[in-house]
Design a protein around this ligand. Sequence first.
Ligand code: S3P
Length: 428
Amino acid sequence: MLKFKGSLKISGDKSISHRSLIIASMSCGITKITNLLESEDVFSTMNILKALGIKIKKEKNKWEVYGNGTCGYMEPHNTLDCGNSGTTARLMLGAVAANPINCTFIGDKSLSRRSMSRVTDYLKAMGNDINLTRKDFLPIMISGNDNLIATEHEMLKASAQVKSAIMLAGLNIHGKTVITENKPTRDHTERLFKYFDINFKIKKIKNGGSRIELIGPYEIKSKNIDVACDPSSAAFFVVGALITPLSNITLKDICLNPTRIAYLKILKKMGGNIKINKTKNICGEDIGDITVEYSKLHGIKIDSHISPLLIDEYPILAIAACQAKGKTIMNGLSELRHKESDRVKSIVSNLKKLGYDITVKQDNIIIKGKENIKLKKQKIRSFNDHRIAMSFSILNIIFEDQLIIDDEKCINISYPKFKDHLNKLLSK
Ligand code: S3P
């Protein structure tokens, strides 16, 4: 069997890449971005910014964004296509909200099935005129408005995308915009705002939540950005090395933001031999190297309160769980049903097909690990979901290439270099 060996610097973080482009576009001056993730989702954001009049070009290995201020977008001539990217749709709805322009957002089939009222309800409360398809979906027409009302918002669902949309809109609202989130979600927008010297307040509240206060309008000065490497992409190789005998790898310069690496704590609790070595801070984010060795894993219970911080890693955690001894219980997965696919269904149907003992009770999954697997040719459905395709590509290493994944092209959504990097890490 192949094993994972060696060390590698993987691609830039998707969440930080979207935000870098958007915040740079709302600043004054030129921002140069290095290690930007060049994936389909990030290109969706980039193309929309270009359609809004922002000049963006690549010079050698740096992307240059010519910012036009917090109210500098021009009315686009065409519809704005978010492709498969929920982050693009939600963040860009917020970014255009306080500009006096009309925009129509569209997306692919999967994105057009995902809820957008979770963002637009807040924008409507600020005074935006918005028309959604069947009250919840793309295509959406939004009339931006440079006279939005500064108000207080309480996050009803734990969502970094929705929080970020309100924060971006708040940059050009006169007065105090307040956001309270009761459960923590990824905080890259807050960190980049600080890095860009945006003067806003953030206070920790009980249960790890926070209260954010913005007093707009702001003028932001451009500042160069180096994007940390993506911890969610690293998760595939981390689990690959943990479950494949004789493996030992180091992944370099990974973003160690605590809202993104909760999965490492879970894997350590399962018995994973993982070492984290913090090396420096870039643009407000700690980065470092993660070293992982093959380990005998055991099942654990994962509480629902931590689920917002594991949302992108459940598919690969399920792969770890099916190789662990005993039962793994994952609780509180309702939000997982609203991602690029219904990930509860995508995980469960594929693992069942492979003979794993996996049950779903409401929004909880129970997986019984099995050490001895029967190798036989089997088709896996990715449901056009990049994280499902990559998770089963990792399982395929210990299935010795017997799995046929139906549509691997979707991997380009978040990690076009995945196969290339996987091959670099694998050896006989
Ligand atoms: C993201 C937030 C998460 C995550 C998504 C990227 C972001 O979604 O699943 O892949 O960049 O803000 P939520 O909005 O549900 O937190």
